[in-house]
Design a protein around this ligand. Structure first.
Ligand SMILES: Cc1cc2nc3c(=O)[nH]c(=O)nc-3n(C[C@H](O)[C@H](O)[C@H](O)COP(=O)(O)OP(=O)(O)OC[C@H]3O[C@@H](n4cnc5c(N)ncnc54)[C@H](O)[C@@H]3O)c2cc1C
Length: 385
């Protein structure tokens, strides 16, 4: 079997790697450089707390792969299981935390609940006015600059062809499969995986599949270094203080996000710009988590073009119109954690026509009004090989 993967973000690069590992001949086509879309802009949070519950099996599969990434990819991608600490500052947030923790347990996620005296001892200087916190020790962070190129390089070593800086022109479907013409070359394969991020709906549309998606830019920033003392990634429950989050990188800088509206992004340029006018509100929202921020200088802000689907869930499924076509796009601001799992599960679906990881809620046809075929039977009927 052979496959073309369109889009060299984390999803496309991880899919190319896992497809190649299954012996499938893969060509990954990226119109810019691998990993320079939403992926490189990411905060790097590898968190399961607060996720849509039916997504937890995929998130846990992905977490396992993050843990194996250095071995799988032959390179340190700076995955660190430092834990995810999440504060609740109000009773409402405490209730949300407890409701989530109880509901997540049967899905395999165990959250520790911490009282103020626990977190003040274990994590001094953080959340001093919070009334409770949760801690998920296996979660953590990874380096958004390293992960997609690491997957693409490892895929190349397994025989995949990586085509960069190649604008995609025509995509045609013939009886034998797909033909993709780029500014550099022409490629043909039985399978086409649409991993085009915020642009994924444009590809889907070409095959009669409509997905409501808007492009937005979450705003992040980084401070000058502080002597190192914060180990976990830190966030809040219930959007207390605007839902800010932060982590300290090993060199000491505090990277932060949340607490500010996402900016609008045009898909024509894909250019997502941080808005300086939103920075003061963002920093104010983070002070209850880390009061020491008041004395630090912000040295850079940035944003990235991410696709937000109408119902806040990604699209991950075979096409409902076109045998051999698969989609994995629209990760709504939380795809970094899922990336390795998405690559693995898409490769599994393409190669075997099935997976035990539940993905039903992410089917592309949920927006089309088309009677959604059961994707498992669709895959078995429609997938190539
Ligand atoms: C600022 C920010 C912070 C974030 N923080 C987190 C976080 O902490 N934790 C988390 O889990 N998630 C986070 N996310 C979300 C996460 O980064 C994304 O969900 C994930 O990186 C999406 O990967 P992707 O491969 O789908 O998209 P992208 O990385 O955008 O890759 C898609 C690629 O497709 C290419 N492309 C598009 N059209 C075509 C075409 N026709 N032909 C060829 N190539 C094409 C693009 O050039 C792009 O490189 C964040 C996102 C942003 C923007």
């Amino acid at each position: 079997m052979d496959a073309i993967v369109l889009g060299g973000g984390l999803m496309g690069a991880a899919s190319a790697f896992f497809l190649a590992r299954r012996g499938i001949r893969v060509t990954l086509i990226e119109r810019n450089r691998v990993g320079t879309g939403a992926t490189i802009a990411s905060f790097g949070n590898i968190r399961r707390s607060g996720r849509y519950l039916p997504q937890l099996p995929l998130a846990s599969r992905s977490l396992q792969l993050w843990g194996q990434a250095a071995n799988l990819l032959g390179r340190d991608v700076e995955f660190r299981a430092t834990g995810h600490l999440r504060f609740a500052f109000t009773e409402k947030a405490v209730n949300e935390m407890r409701t989530f923790a109880k509901a997540a347990k049967p899905w395999g996620l165990d959250l520790e609940e911490l009282e103020p005296r626990d977190f003040k001892t274990r994590f001094p200087g953080l959340g001093s006015t919070a009334v409770a916190a949760s801690f998920s020790p296996q979660d953590g962070s990874g380096n958004p600059r390293l992960i997609a190129p690491a997957f693409a390089d490892a895929a190349r070593r397994l025989g995949a062809t990586i085509v960069e800086e190649a604008g995609v022109g025509a995509i045609t479907k013939k009886a034998a499969g797909f033909e993709v013409t780029t500014s550099k070359s022409r490629h043909a394969a039985q399978v086409l995986l649409n991993a085009a991020g915020a642009w994924g709906a444009r590809i889907a549309e070409q095959f009669g599949e409509s997905v409501p998606i808007v492009a937005k830019g979450p705003q992040l920033g980084v401070t000058e270094p502080l002597s190192h003392r914060i180990s976990p990634v830190v966030g809040v429950w219930g959007h207390d203080y605007g839902g800010g989050y932060l982590r300290q990188v090993e060199r000491g800088n505090i990277v932060f996000g949340g607490g500010a509206e996402r900016t609008d992004v045009s898909l024509e340029t894909g250019y997502a710009k941080a808005d300086p006018a939103r920075l003061p509100r963002q920093l104010l929202s983070l002070l209850p988590i880390l009061p020491a921020l008041a004395n630090l200088t912000v040295i850079r802000t940035w944003s990235g073009c991410e696709g937000y689907v109408g119902d806040g869930l990604p699209v991950m499924s075979p096409s409902a119109t076109t045998p051999g076509l698969f989609h994995a796009f629209g990760f709504c601001g939380h795809g970094f954690q899922l990336g390795p799992g998405v690559g693995d599960v898409m490769a599994e679906m393409i190669a075997t026509g099935k997976t035990d990881t539940p993905l039903d809620d992410f089917r592309v046809e949920r927006f089309s009004g088309r009677q959604g075929s059961d994707w498992r039977s669709h895959t078995q009927n429609g997938a190539v090989g």
